[in-house]
Design a protein around this ligand. Structure first.
Ligand code: DGL
Length: 256
């Protein structure tokens, strides 16, 4: 069983891609709404939250994991895999598959739009530089939470505006959604670039992360979908129904 976790709806993008590519895979998802947003948190806190999420998913039968949250890639996944004695091949995170895929698509300048924790870590710039590419990042600290509460188009535009301006200023050829919630505002990003007459590729990592999971994990099961949240969320319910069907069951749990 594959355990997928994130602070909210973000990881559902990855989960739905896994479901499309591997119809028989058994999936169990945990959205940690009680502790959303993760972006402003320190590494120690993120480590603790990851520990709780993985422990819970393991108790539900998960033996393979996808940390569908970029800010958990930072110094979190590797130590936890050691702690649980889970081989590293059993934990997939967002950054490595994204960097590999983007390097194949462009040699031009890259802009990563992400949360504070991811931007502070410099993890993407480091990885792209190691591959000989030039990359800069920008934090959009309010965006994940605004997407989760279905903020208006004009509020989203205001929050996204610094990233659009920066992409234009640095002549970026590709923008990476370095936070799994951000692709849910894809149409707002593309509208804003179109309005300014600026051509840029918007890269959503969900697809390549799902590819990595399907390639690496055992995906032969009964095609089960199970969803857990640490606090109920209407947006989560609606997104699950849209992506996985309205008969999906979502349970609220308390994690101590
Ligand atoms: N989904 C997370 C990511 O990809 C962050 C969202 C949050 O701040 O909770 O980084």
């Amino acid at each position: 069983m594959i355990g997928i976790f994130d602070s909210g709806i973000g990881g559902l993008g990855v989960a739905s891609q896994i479901r499309k590519k591997a119809p028989r895979a058994d999936l169990v998802y945990f959205g940690d709404f009680a502790n959303m947003p993760y972006g402003p948190r320190k590494t120690e806190e993120l480590l603790e939250l990851t520990l709780h999420a993985m422990k819970f998913l393991k108790s539900q039968g998960a033996t393979q994991f996808v940390a569908a949250c970029n800010c958990l890639s930072v110094a979190v996944i590797a130590p936890l895999a050691d702690l649980f004695e889970i081989p590293k091949t059993r934990v997939i995170e967002m950054v490595a598959p994204t960097v590999r895929a983007v390097c194949k698509r462009t040699r031009g300048k890259i802009l990563i739009a992400a949360t504070l924790a991811t931007v502070r870590s410099g993890i993407y710039e480091l990885a792209f530089t190691q591959h000989g590419l030039s990359a800069e990042s920008i934090a959009l600290p309010k965006l994940a939470e605004a997407i989760e509460r279905q903020a208006s188009g004009s509020e989203l535009e205001e929050i996204i505006s610094p990233a659009v301006q920066k992409a234009i200023d640095i002549h970026a050829k590709l923008l990476v959604f370095g936070c799994t919630q951000f692709p849910f505002a894809r149409s707002v990003f593309s509208h804003m670039f179109e309005e300014r007459g600026y051509e840029i590729e918007l890269f959503d990592p969900s697809d390549v992360v799902a590819d990595e999971a399907v390639k690496t994990f055992n995906v032969e099961g009964e095609g089960l979908n199970t969803f857990f949240v640490s606090k109920s969320s209407c947006v989560f319910n609606q997104t699950v129904f849209d992506l996985f069907g309205s008969d999906s069951i979502i349970r609220e749990i308390v994690i101590d």
